[in-house]
Write a new protein. Structure first.
Length: 262
């Protein structure tokens, strides 16, 4: 009798486990901006270019389409690999897949960022989130919602300038994560952090404190994440998989969120 009970309990546990990993139910939200000639890149970076190899019907009658594309690693919705700001840290192909999949924690600072385009997400903002929603668990994907994703199609409004070149960097204006905020997220042992701006550091950063703090601890950052307003503060699963560029310092990213059925 005891053996049968144990078998039943084991079977029930396996069913629950399978159900917990079933992603066919629920809802998906794409957090990725499409890549095209209007994609946002740093003023000094090579922008996205797509050229046609062939598009149409071949002499044999079937339809065929193929294109080439050229772009910098860092632009559009993309990942900053730890090597980007930390010597000897993980390159794009070395970041563990499991580190880019985890429970989503969405910290909304859109009100603060609307009042101050140069807003820095502080440790106090993160602690206030935890006071309301619980401690950020190890392995979490923390997304910072500054509300800027809605401006993405207007590069000047999104970045502060639509000019290009080294001299225009001084004209950039957008929110970022403070060094103290980054240190707190490191202490929480998160898997990764994302933001809906061109950089995890704010526009006029000169020490790139958030980049350095995160990446010296092998924590990647996702930049130019698309609209997060459809996400709850907790309860989602984030999957963020970049192009696997060997030895890369970053790469184009497809990031999505899964919300379970209510």
């Amino acid at each position: 009798m005891l053996y049968r009970i144990m078998l039943a309990v084991t079977a029930m546990g396996m069913a629950v486990s399978a159900s917990a990993q079933d992603l066919s139910a629920g809802r998906w939200i794409d957090l990725t901006h499409a890549f095209n000639e209007q994609s946002v890149y740093w003023p000094t970076a090579e922008t996205f270019k797509k050229t046609e190899v062939f598009h149409g019907h071949t002499e044999s009658g079937w339809f065929y389409a193929a294109y080439n594309f050229l772009a910098a690693e860092h632009g559009g919705t993309h990942m900053n690999s730890p090597i980007h700001f930390a010597e000897g840290a993980n390159t794009t192909d070395q970041v563990p897949v499991g580190q880019m999949i985890g429970p989503g924690m969405v910290i909304d600072v859109s009100a603060q960022a609307a009042a101050n385009a140069d807003y820095l997400v502080s440790a106090a903002d993160i602690l206030a989130f935890e006071a309301k929603h619980g401690a950020i668990p190890a392995g979490a994907i923390v997304l910072l919602n500054t509300g800027r994703a809605a401006l993405y199609s207007d590069r000047k409004a999104y970045m502060g300038t639509d000019e290009r070149g080294l001299d225009t960097v001084a004209k950039l204006h957008f929110p970022g994560l403070s060094g103290e905020g980054a240190a707190l997220l490191v202490a929480r042992k998160i898997g990764a952090v994302g933001i809906d701006t061109p950089s995890i550091d704010f526009d006029q950063s000169r020490d790139f404190a958030a980049h350095v703090e995160l990446m010296t601890h092998n924590i990647p950052a996702f930049e130019n994440v698309a609209d997060m307003n459809g996400l709850p503060p907790t309860g989602s699963t984030i999957i963020a998989l970049p192009m696997k560029i060997e030895g890369g310092s970053g790469g184009p990213l497809r990031i999505v969120a899964h919300l379970p059925e209510k």
